[in-house]
Design a protein around this ligand. Sequence first.
Ligand SMILES: [Mn+2]
Length: 437
Amino acid sequence: MTYFEGISTIAYEGRGSKNPLAFKHYNPKEVVAGKTMEEHLRFAVAYWHTFTANGTDPFGAGTMVRNWDRYTGLDLAKARAEASFEFITKLGVPFFAFHDRDIAPEGATLQETNKNLDVIVEMMKQFMKDTGVKLLWNTQNMFTNPRFVHGAGTTSNADVYAYAAAQVKKSLEIGKELGAENYVFWGGREGYETLLNTNMKLELDNLAHLYRMAIDYAQEIGFDAQFLIEPKPKEPTKHQYDFDAATTMNFLRTYGLQDHFKLNLEANHATLAGHTFEHEIRVASINGMLGSLDANQGDMLLGWDTDEFPQDLTQTTLTMYEVLKNGGIGRGGVNFDAKVRRASFEQEDLFFAHIAGMDAYAKGLKVAAKLIEDRVLEEVVESRYRSFQVGIGAEIAAGTATLKSLEAYAYQNHPIRNVSGRQERIKAVVNEYLLSE
Ligand SMILES: [Mn+2]
Protein backbone atom coordinates (compact mmCIF):
# COMPACT_ATOMS: atom_id res chain seq x y z
CA MET A 1 0.00 0.00 0.00
CA THR A 2 1.29 3.45 -0.96
CA TYR A 3 -0.09 6.42 0.96
CA PHE A 4 1.78 9.24 -0.78
CA GLU A 5 1.15 8.31 -4.41
CA GLY A 6 3.10 10.31 -6.97
CA ILE A 7 5.67 11.64 -4.49
CA SER A 8 9.16 10.19 -4.62
CA THR A 9 12.19 10.79 -2.43
CA ILE A 10 12.73 14.51 -1.83
CA ALA A 11 16.06 15.55 -3.35
CA TYR A 12 18.33 18.55 -2.87
CA GLU A 13 18.15 20.68 -6.03
CA GLY A 14 19.81 23.86 -4.78
CA ARG A 15 18.65 27.45 -4.47
CA GLY A 16 17.65 27.96 -8.10
CA SER A 17 15.11 25.14 -8.03
CA LYS A 18 11.41 25.96 -8.43
CA ASN A 19 10.33 22.39 -7.62
CA PRO A 20 8.10 22.56 -4.52
CA LEU A 21 9.00 18.96 -3.71
CA ALA A 22 12.78 19.56 -3.53
CA PHE A 23 15.17 21.04 -0.97
CA LYS A 24 16.73 24.39 -1.87
CA HIS A 25 19.11 24.58 1.13
CA TYR A 26 19.00 21.27 3.03
CA ASN A 27 21.69 19.09 1.51
CA PRO A 28 22.09 16.29 4.08
CA LYS A 29 25.67 15.31 3.17
CA GLU A 30 27.02 18.86 2.75
CA VAL A 31 29.64 19.64 5.37
CA VAL A 32 29.18 22.83 7.41
CA ALA A 33 31.57 23.66 10.27
CA GLY A 34 33.10 20.17 10.29
CA LYS A 35 29.92 18.05 10.24
CA THR A 36 27.27 17.18 7.69
CA MET A 37 23.97 19.05 7.82
CA GLU A 38 22.28 15.78 8.70
CA GLU A 39 24.57 15.37 11.73
CA HIS A 40 24.10 18.96 12.89
CA LEU A 41 20.35 19.14 12.53
CA ARG A 42 19.18 15.61 13.42
CA PHE A 43 15.66 16.34 12.16
CA ALA A 44 12.69 14.45 13.53
CA VAL A 45 9.09 14.17 12.34
CA ALA A 46 6.50 14.55 15.12
CA TYR A 47 4.02 11.67 14.88
CA TRP A 48 1.12 13.49 16.57
CA HIS A 49 0.95 16.61 14.40
CA THR A 50 1.75 14.78 11.18
CA PHE A 51 -0.13 11.48 11.32
CA THR A 52 -2.63 11.67 14.18
CA ALA A 53 -3.95 15.25 14.34
CA ASN A 54 -7.07 15.93 12.27
CA GLY A 55 -7.22 19.72 12.30
CA THR A 56 -9.86 20.08 15.02
CA ASP A 57 -9.98 23.49 16.71
CA PRO A 58 -12.28 24.81 19.47
CA PHE A 59 -14.72 26.06 16.82
CA GLY A 60 -14.89 23.23 14.35
CA ALA A 61 -14.38 19.63 13.35
CA GLY A 62 -11.33 18.07 11.76
CA THR A 63 -10.45 19.06 8.19
CA MET A 64 -7.43 16.91 7.35
CA VAL A 65 -7.85 14.57 4.39
CA ARG A 66 -5.74 11.48 5.14
CA ASN A 67 -6.06 8.30 3.14
CA TRP A 68 -5.27 6.17 6.21
CA ASP A 69 -8.46 7.47 7.85
CA ARG A 70 -10.49 4.88 5.91
CA TYR A 71 -9.54 2.47 8.74
CA THR A 72 -10.59 2.46 12.40
CA GLY A 73 -9.22 1.20 15.73
CA LEU A 74 -6.05 -0.84 15.65
CA ASP A 75 -6.21 -1.10 11.83
CA LEU A 76 -6.01 2.70 11.68
CA ALA A 77 -2.99 2.64 13.98
CA LYS A 78 -1.31 0.08 11.72
CA ALA A 79 -2.08 2.11 8.59
CA ARG A 80 -0.70 5.26 10.23
CA ALA A 81 2.50 3.42 11.13
CA GLU A 82 2.91 2.29 7.51
CA ALA A 83 2.14 5.78 6.19
CA SER A 84 4.55 7.37 8.67
CA PHE A 85 7.55 5.34 7.57
CA GLU A 86 6.74 5.99 3.91
CA PHE A 87 6.60 9.73 4.66
CA ILE A 88 9.72 9.85 6.83
CA THR A 89 11.86 7.89 4.36
CA LYS A 90 10.63 9.90 1.34
CA LEU A 91 11.43 13.10 3.25
CA GLY A 92 14.86 11.74 4.20
CA VAL A 93 14.57 12.58 7.90
CA PRO A 94 16.65 10.39 10.25
CA PHE A 95 14.37 10.47 13.32
CA PHE A 96 10.78 10.50 14.52
CA ALA A 97 9.13 11.13 17.89
CA PHE A 98 5.81 10.12 19.48
CA HIS A 99 3.59 9.98 22.57
CA ASP A 100 2.26 6.53 23.49
CA ARG A 101 -1.32 7.50 22.61
CA ASP A 102 -0.36 8.78 19.15
CA ILE A 103 0.63 5.37 17.93
CA ALA A 104 -2.06 3.06 19.36
CA PRO A 105 -5.64 3.45 20.60
CA GLU A 106 -6.61 3.05 24.24
CA GLY A 107 -8.45 -0.19 25.06
CA ALA A 108 -11.15 -0.81 27.68
CA THR A 109 -8.47 -1.51 30.31
CA LEU A 110 -4.85 -0.56 30.83
CA GLN A 111 -3.88 -4.15 29.98
CA GLU A 112 -5.71 -3.90 26.64
CA THR A 113 -4.15 -0.51 25.92
CA ASN A 114 -0.68 -1.93 26.52
CA LYS A 115 -1.42 -4.89 24.21
CA ASN A 116 -2.39 -2.45 21.46
CA LEU A 117 0.91 -0.64 22.01
CA ASP A 118 2.83 -3.91 21.77
CA VAL A 119 1.35 -4.61 18.32
CA ILE A 120 2.38 -1.22 16.90
CA VAL A 121 5.78 -1.16 18.63
CA GLU A 122 6.57 -4.53 17.05
CA MET A 123 5.64 -3.13 13.61
CA MET A 124 7.72 0.00 14.19
CA LYS A 125 10.70 -2.02 15.31
CA GLN A 126 10.64 -3.87 11.99
CA PHE A 127 10.15 -0.64 9.98
CA MET A 128 13.07 0.97 11.84
CA LYS A 129 15.26 -2.03 11.07
CA ASP A 130 14.29 -1.95 7.38
CA THR A 131 14.70 1.82 6.88
CA GLY A 132 17.37 2.90 9.40
CA VAL A 133 15.00 5.56 10.80
CA LYS A 134 15.60 6.08 14.54
CA LEU A 135 13.56 7.27 17.48
CA LEU A 136 14.70 10.70 18.70
CA TRP A 137 12.41 10.43 21.69
CA ASN A 138 9.21 9.02 23.00
CA THR A 139 6.97 10.24 25.78
CA GLN A 140 3.63 9.56 27.39
CA ASN A 141 0.40 11.45 26.81
CA MET A 142 -0.98 12.12 30.28
CA PHE A 143 -3.22 15.04 29.31
CA THR A 144 -5.84 14.04 26.68
CA ASN A 145 -7.85 11.42 28.57
CA PRO A 146 -10.46 12.90 30.99
CA ARG A 147 -8.85 10.95 33.86
CA PHE A 148 -6.07 13.57 33.84
CA VAL A 149 -8.47 16.44 34.51
CA HIS A 150 -6.55 17.31 37.71
CA GLY A 151 -3.11 16.45 36.32
CA ALA A 152 -1.01 13.26 36.27
CA GLY A 153 2.18 13.52 38.34
CA THR A 154 0.59 16.50 40.12
CA THR A 155 -2.98 15.20 40.37
CA SER A 156 -5.07 15.47 43.55
CA ASN A 157 -6.15 11.83 43.04
CA ALA A 158 -3.70 9.06 44.04
CA ASP A 159 -5.46 6.52 41.78
CA VAL A 160 -4.76 8.72 38.77
CA TYR A 161 -1.13 9.12 39.92
CA ALA A 162 -0.76 5.32 40.02
CA TYR A 163 -2.24 5.05 36.52
CA ALA A 164 0.16 7.73 35.26
CA ALA A 165 3.10 5.89 36.84
CA ALA A 166 2.04 2.68 35.08
CA GLN A 167 1.90 4.62 31.81
CA VAL A 168 5.42 5.99 32.37
CA LYS A 169 6.69 2.46 33.11
CA LYS A 170 5.26 1.13 29.85
CA SER A 171 6.62 4.05 27.84
CA LEU A 172 10.10 3.54 29.30
CA GLU A 173 9.90 -0.09 28.20
CA ILE A 174 8.88 1.03 24.69
CA GLY A 175 11.75 3.53 24.58
CA LYS A 176 14.17 0.77 25.52
CA GLU A 177 12.63 -1.62 22.95
CA LEU A 178 12.98 0.94 20.14
CA GLY A 179 16.35 2.33 21.24
CA ALA A 180 15.15 5.91 21.85
CA GLU A 181 17.96 8.46 22.09
CA ASN A 182 15.99 10.60 24.54
CA TYR A 183 12.94 10.31 26.75
CA VAL A 184 10.71 13.36 27.24
CA PHE A 185 8.43 14.56 30.01
CA TRP A 186 6.13 17.35 28.96
CA GLY A 187 3.89 18.32 31.86
CA GLY A 188 0.68 18.51 29.86
CA ARG A 189 -1.60 19.10 32.82
CA GLU A 190 1.08 19.51 35.48
CA GLY A 191 0.04 22.90 36.80
CA TYR A 192 -2.95 24.51 38.44
CA GLU A 193 -5.92 26.77 37.81
CA THR A 194 -6.35 28.33 41.26
CA LEU A 195 -4.32 28.23 44.47
CA LEU A 196 -7.60 28.19 46.43
CA ASN A 197 -7.86 24.40 45.99
CA THR A 198 -4.18 23.54 45.39
CA ASN A 199 -1.47 22.03 47.59
CA MET A 200 1.48 23.22 45.52
CA LYS A 201 4.15 21.68 47.75
CA LEU A 202 2.54 18.20 47.70
CA GLU A 203 2.03 18.36 43.92
CA LEU A 204 5.68 19.30 43.27
CA ASP A 205 6.98 16.69 45.74
CA ASN A 206 4.89 14.03 43.99
CA LEU A 207 6.11 15.10 40.56
CA ALA A 208 9.70 14.75 41.78
CA HIS A 209 8.87 11.27 43.15
CA LEU A 210 7.55 10.28 39.72
CA TYR A 211 10.74 11.47 38.03
CA ARG A 212 12.86 9.62 40.59
CA MET A 213 10.89 6.40 40.00
CA ALA A 214 11.37 6.82 36.24
CA ILE A 215 15.14 7.29 36.65
CA ASP A 216 15.35 4.19 38.85
CA TYR A 217 13.25 2.05 36.52
CA ALA A 218 15.18 3.13 33.40
CA GLN A 219 18.36 2.12 35.19
CA GLU A 220 16.80 -1.20 36.24
CA ILE A 221 15.88 -2.15 32.65
CA GLY A 222 19.08 -0.76 31.11
CA PHE A 223 17.42 2.11 29.17
CA ASP A 224 20.15 4.71 28.74
CA ALA A 225 18.25 7.52 26.98
CA GLN A 226 18.87 11.15 27.92
CA PHE A 227 15.88 12.27 30.03
CA LEU A 228 14.39 15.63 29.01
CA ILE A 229 11.82 17.99 30.49
CA GLU A 230 9.99 20.36 28.16
CA PRO A 231 9.12 23.74 29.71
CA LYS A 232 5.91 25.59 28.84
CA PRO A 233 4.37 28.50 30.75
CA LYS A 234 0.63 28.19 30.06
CA GLU A 235 -1.77 25.91 28.18
CA PRO A 236 -3.51 23.82 29.06
CA THR A 237 -3.45 24.94 32.71
CA LYS A 238 -3.27 28.61 33.56
CA HIS A 239 0.01 28.13 35.40
CA GLN A 240 2.22 25.26 34.24
CA TYR A 241 4.85 24.22 36.80
CA ASP A 242 7.62 23.90 34.16
CA PHE A 243 7.20 27.56 33.22
CA ASP A 244 10.51 28.09 31.41
CA ALA A 245 14.12 26.86 31.36
CA ALA A 246 15.14 28.71 34.53
CA THR A 247 12.08 27.57 36.52
CA THR A 248 12.52 23.97 35.41
CA MET A 249 16.21 23.93 36.33
CA ASN A 250 15.34 25.30 39.76
CA PHE A 251 12.82 22.48 40.26
CA LEU A 252 15.41 19.88 39.22
CA ARG A 253 18.04 21.31 41.58
CA THR A 254 15.59 21.60 44.47
CA TYR A 255 14.90 17.87 44.22
CA GLY A 256 18.47 16.79 43.38
CA LEU A 257 17.46 15.64 39.88
CA GLN A 258 19.69 17.99 37.88
CA ASP A 259 22.23 15.35 36.84
CA HIS A 260 19.54 13.12 35.32
CA PHE A 261 17.79 15.60 33.06
CA LYS A 262 18.35 18.12 30.31
CA LEU A 263 15.79 20.39 28.65
CA ASN A 264 13.74 19.97 25.50
CA LEU A 265 13.14 23.55 24.46
CA GLU A 266 10.36 24.64 22.14
CA ALA A 267 10.33 27.88 20.20
CA ASN A 268 6.64 28.66 20.69
CA HIS A 269 6.78 27.77 24.41
CA ALA A 270 9.65 30.24 24.77
CA THR A 271 7.64 33.08 23.28
CA LEU A 272 4.58 32.20 25.40
CA ALA A 273 6.86 32.59 28.45
CA GLY A 274 7.82 36.07 27.25
CA HIS A 275 11.27 34.98 26.07
CA THR A 276 12.93 34.55 22.72
CA PHE A 277 13.85 30.99 21.72
CA GLU A 278 17.53 31.94 21.77
CA HIS A 279 17.15 33.20 25.35
CA GLU A 280 15.83 29.80 26.49
CA ILE A 281 18.59 27.96 24.62
CA ARG A 282 21.28 30.26 26.08
CA VAL A 283 19.94 29.79 29.63
CA ALA A 284 20.04 26.00 29.21
CA SER A 285 23.39 26.03 27.42
CA ILE A 286 25.34 28.05 29.99
CA ASN A 287 24.04 25.63 32.64
CA GLY A 288 24.98 22.51 30.67
CA MET A 289 21.29 21.63 30.29
CA LEU A 290 20.59 21.92 26.55
CA GLY A 291 19.02 18.63 25.50
CA SER A 292 16.92 18.93 22.35
CA LEU A 293 14.79 21.36 20.35
CA ASP A 294 11.16 21.45 19.25
CA ALA A 295 11.26 23.58 16.15
CA ASN A 296 8.20 25.62 15.35
CA GLN A 297 7.26 29.23 15.49
CA GLY A 298 4.45 31.08 17.19
CA ASP A 299 2.45 34.05 15.98
CA MET A 300 3.33 37.22 17.85
CA LEU A 301 -0.25 38.50 17.35
CA LEU A 302 -1.71 35.53 19.20
CA GLY A 303 -1.31 34.60 22.85
CA TRP A 304 -1.60 30.86 22.36
CA ASP A 305 0.47 27.98 21.03
CA THR A 306 0.13 27.91 17.25
CA ASP A 307 2.95 25.43 16.49
CA GLU A 308 3.60 26.73 12.98
CA PHE A 309 6.34 25.31 10.80
CA PRO A 310 9.43 27.52 11.08
CA GLN A 311 10.27 29.79 8.16
CA ASP A 312 11.67 32.89 9.90
CA LEU A 313 15.32 32.87 8.82
CA THR A 314 16.55 35.30 11.47
CA GLN A 315 15.02 33.00 14.05
CA THR A 316 16.54 29.80 12.66
CA THR A 317 19.92 31.54 12.32
CA LEU A 318 19.95 32.72 15.94
CA THR A 319 18.78 29.27 17.07
CA MET A 320 21.53 27.45 15.21
CA TYR A 321 24.05 30.04 16.43
CA GLU A 322 23.21 29.02 20.02
CA VAL A 323 23.36 25.33 19.12
CA LEU A 324 26.77 25.69 17.46
CA LYS A 325 28.10 27.71 20.40
CA ASN A 326 26.84 24.90 22.66
CA GLY A 327 29.08 22.49 20.72
CA GLY A 328 26.07 20.90 19.00
CA ILE A 329 22.82 19.37 20.15
CA GLY A 330 24.35 16.12 21.44
CA ARG A 331 21.87 13.24 21.54
CA GLY A 332 19.02 15.67 20.91
CA GLY A 333 17.76 16.91 17.58
CA VAL A 334 15.49 19.36 15.81
CA ASN A 335 11.99 17.93 16.11
CA PHE A 336 9.24 19.50 14.01
CA ASP A 337 6.69 19.94 16.75
CA ALA A 338 4.68 21.86 14.20
CA LYS A 339 1.41 21.41 12.42
CA VAL A 340 0.06 22.43 9.06
CA ARG A 341 -2.72 25.02 9.29
CA ARG A 342 -6.29 23.76 9.41
CA ALA A 343 -6.85 25.02 5.88
CA SER A 344 -3.75 23.17 4.60
CA PHE A 345 -5.59 19.87 4.70
CA GLU A 346 -4.14 17.94 1.76
CA GLN A 347 -1.52 15.24 2.32
CA GLU A 348 0.95 17.02 0.04
CA ASP A 349 0.95 19.95 2.49
CA LEU A 350 2.78 17.70 4.97
CA PHE A 351 5.71 17.56 2.55
CA PHE A 352 5.61 21.27 1.72
CA ALA A 353 5.59 22.16 5.42
CA HIS A 354 8.52 19.93 6.38
CA ILE A 355 10.55 20.97 3.34
CA ALA A 356 9.99 24.64 4.29
CA GLY A 357 11.09 23.97 7.88
CA MET A 358 14.13 21.91 6.90
CA ASP A 359 15.28 24.51 4.37
CA ALA A 360 14.80 27.30 6.92
CA TYR A 361 16.95 25.44 9.46
CA ALA A 362 19.58 24.49 6.86
CA LYS A 363 19.91 28.12 5.84
CA GLY A 364 20.03 29.17 9.49
CA LEU A 365 22.80 26.64 10.14
CA LYS A 366 24.89 27.91 7.21
CA VAL A 367 24.52 31.58 8.19
CA ALA A 368 25.24 30.86 11.85
CA ALA A 369 28.37 28.86 10.95
CA LYS A 370 29.62 31.73 8.79
CA LEU A 371 28.94 34.29 11.53
CA ILE A 372 30.97 32.16 13.95
CA GLU A 373 33.74 31.51 11.42
CA ASP A 374 34.11 35.27 10.93
CA ARG A 375 33.80 35.86 14.71
CA VAL A 376 31.22 38.59 14.02
CA LEU A 377 29.33 38.48 17.32
CA GLU A 378 32.33 37.16 19.28
CA GLU A 379 34.28 40.29 18.49
CA VAL A 380 31.35 42.51 19.41
CA VAL A 381 30.91 40.77 22.75
CA GLU A 382 34.63 40.55 23.58
CA SER A 383 35.10 44.21 22.84
CA ARG A 384 32.00 45.17 24.86
CA TYR A 385 33.29 43.40 28.00
CA ARG A 386 36.97 44.33 27.53
CA SER A 387 36.97 46.26 30.81
CA PHE A 388 36.81 42.94 32.67
CA GLN A 389 40.07 41.72 31.08
CA VAL A 390 42.46 44.04 32.94
CA GLY A 391 42.87 46.04 36.13
CA ILE A 392 39.89 46.38 38.44
CA GLY A 393 37.63 44.53 35.97
CA ALA A 394 39.90 41.47 36.04
CA GLU A 395 39.71 41.51 39.84
CA ILE A 396 35.89 41.63 39.69
CA ALA A 397 35.77 38.78 37.17
CA ALA A 398 38.13 36.69 39.30
CA GLY A 399 35.96 37.28 42.36
CA THR A 400 38.85 38.83 44.28
CA ALA A 401 37.50 42.39 44.50
CA THR A 402 35.82 43.62 47.71
CA LEU A 403 33.41 46.48 48.38
CA LYS A 404 36.37 48.33 49.99
CA SER A 405 38.70 47.84 47.01
CA LEU A 406 35.95 48.89 44.61
CA GLU A 407 35.13 51.97 46.68
CA ALA A 408 38.79 53.00 46.65
CA TYR A 409 38.85 52.57 42.85
CA ALA A 410 35.58 54.48 42.36
CA TYR A 411 36.85 57.41 44.50
CA GLN A 412 39.78 58.06 42.18
CA ASN A 413 38.10 57.11 38.87
CA HIS A 414 36.24 60.16 37.65
CA PRO A 415 34.45 60.66 35.31
CA ILE A 416 33.09 57.25 34.15
CA ARG A 417 32.83 56.79 30.40
CA ASN A 418 30.45 54.35 28.60
CA VAL A 419 30.48 53.33 24.92
CA SER A 420 27.61 52.56 22.55
CA GLY A 421 26.12 49.02 22.44
CA ARG A 422 25.60 49.47 18.65
CA GLN A 423 22.77 46.97 18.36
CA GLU A 424 21.25 48.51 15.22
CA ARG A 425 24.61 48.16 13.46
CA ILE A 426 24.99 44.54 14.62
CA LYS A 427 21.50 43.60 13.44
CA ALA A 428 22.30 45.08 10.02
CA VAL A 429 25.46 42.95 9.85
CA VAL A 430 23.44 39.80 10.64
CA ASN A 431 21.07 40.75 7.81
CA GLU A 432 24.04 41.14 5.45
CA TYR A 433 25.13 37.58 6.27
CA LEU A 434 21.59 36.31 5.72
CA LEU A 435 21.47 37.94 2.32
CA SER A 436 24.92 36.89 1.12
CA GLU A 437 25.37 33.38 2.56
MN1 LIG B 1 3.78 24.19 21.08
